[in-house]
Design a protein around this ligand. Sequence first.
Ligand SMILES: [Zn+2]
Ligand SMILES: [Zn+2]
Length: 153
Amino acid sequence: MMILLYIAELFLFFILFTFVVYWTHRAAHKFAFLWYLHSSHHAQRYKGEFEFSWLNLIGWFNDWRATADQWVTEILPLCVMLYIWPDAWPIAVLYYVDGFVLAEGITDHNPRIDIPGLAMGRYHLKHHQDHSVNYDQYFRLWDTVFGTRRDVV
Ligand SMILES: [Zn+2]
Ligand SMILES: [Zn+2]
């Protein structure tokens, strides 16, 4: 029973994290300094192939602005949340696998991927074309709630 409660706690923590990251991403499109950092991510030309870089594994993404963007909008908020809620440390492991290994070069910018409910692949690439939609990083939940969801048809 305790283990089920703990899994529910982790799930709640993760959903809260997706909420925080949805809003830090929107903030990155709204505030000049954050956009200065985040626009570097949008300036990348993804060719649709696997573009994995070993540097991602140490938290370096393309250039210093894109790297600072990821640290400010995702990694530091996660560190703050884990400082408050240290029991949820397994989410840091999941985040590492997704954020440092998969997202940048394998899943998020791959036009062959479109999984209903998930925000990776074509769904995220739509955000690269239209900066007013598809801010979600994991599920299409907060885009749905806040009216910024555009599924690719
Ligand atoms: Zn963006
Ligand atoms: Zn992207």
